[in-house]
Design a protein around this ligand. Structure first.
Ligand SMILES: O=C(O)c1cc(=O)[nH]c(=O)n1[C@@H]1O[C@H](COP(=O)(O)O)[C@@H](O)[C@H]1O
Length: 306
């Protein structure tokens, strides 16, 4: 899957992942109304609204981008109907040949991680059958519980030719609280970066990159300079561009000398583009066209610095 991802990034000249984080507040009134008319103001109604919203955005942008990253929290907030909308979204994106990064940020004791890995990457055995649950191509992982919490995902990813992005230095304001703490004079995130490099060293695709990747927030370019060197084979998922304030220049340290090695996420900046002054001319009716315009602008913005 890392080869498919890198191949698509090169072909489209777009190291971009659109984050499908559909809060109801982003879903235009007319879509909400239609869903509520059909299902009432219920969890089912909310799930239908976010699914229709996602579908319109995917239809508008799929030919421009290599990948999507549905963030499971935005679906979980609507309970089981929300998770069904997550699954539908994953399946729809697969039909559109997009690489799917399930943003699930999991990691637990080994036996529990094995179950998460089966549910999100691999098949689960049911009697004589092997069945897929959510079936994303990559997942995001939280490595705080150590190697035995990560290994089940790596083993499953290897069998399935899929992959993972492991949190190394996150984009949020408090990310330094623990991640920057010094241990023997070096910040914790550097140790995690070295571990990501080690976890991925045996699992390198034809493109030269490992299918064990990392997450490094665009909001911390200085730290990215260090992590890029510590894990030369890791593809880096870079969130924080757009809504969290990072600019194209901030992304640069995550890329290699060939302009590869990183893929930049934008969620609110794309899916809620119609709410920004810059794209207001599209109006809520044409929210998906606003998202397309925002993807094109993001692609140009990143290309201008690479
Ligand atoms: O793993 C992630 O994707 C992630 C890691 C991180 O350090 N920061 C971060 O913002 N994210 C996710 O990236 C997305 C960012 O959304 P926007 O700020 O709207 O572009 C959300 O789904 C976050 O959960």
């Amino acid at each position: 899957m890392i080869d498919k991802l890198v191949g698509k990034i090169k072909k489209l000249n777009a190291p971009i992942v659109v984050g499908l984080d559909p809060n109801l507040a982003f879903v235009p009134e007319h879509i909400q109304k239609k869903a509520f008319d059909e299902y009432g103001e219920t969890l089912e109604g909310a799930a239908e609204a976010i699914w229709q919203f996602n579908k319109a955005i995917v239809d508008a942008v799929y030919d421009l981008i290599p990948a999507v990253k549905p963030q499971i929290a935005m679906y979980e907030q609507f309970g089981l109907p929300g998770l069904e909308a997550f699954h539908r979204t994953v399946e729809y994106c697969r039909q559109k040949d997009l690489v799917i990064i399930g943003d699930i940020k999991r990691g637990d004791i080994g036996s529990t991680s094995e179950a998460y890995a089966r549910g999100h990457l691999g098949p689960v055995k049911v009697g004589s059958r092997s069945l897929y649950g959510f079936n994303e191509d990559f997942v995001t992982l939280n490595p705080y519980m150590g190697s035995d919490s990560i290994n089940p995902f790596i083993n499953t990813a290897k069998k399935e030719k899929k992959g993972a992005f492991i949190l190394v230095k996150t984009s949020n304001p408090s990310s330094g609280e623990f991640q920057d703490r010094l241990i023997d004079g070096r910040p914790l995130f550097e140790y995690v970066a070295e571990k990501v490099n080690e976890w991925g060293s045996d699992y390198v695709g034809e493109c030269g990159y490992s299918y064990v990747g990392a997450v490094v927030g665009a909001t911390y370019p200085e730290q990215a300079r260090i992590t890029r060197k510590l894990m030369p084979k890791a593809y880096i998922l870079v969130p924080g561009y757009g809504a969290q304030g990072a600019t194209a220049k901030d992304l640069l340290p995550n890329f290699d000398e060939n302009g590869l090695g990183a893929i930049v996420n934008s969620s609110r900046g794309i899916i809620a583009a119609y709410k920004q002054e810059k794209y207001a001319k599209f109006g809520a009716e044409h929210f998906a066209d606003a998202s397309r315009a925002a993807v094109i602008d993001m692609q140009k913005d990143i290309a201008s610095v690479l």
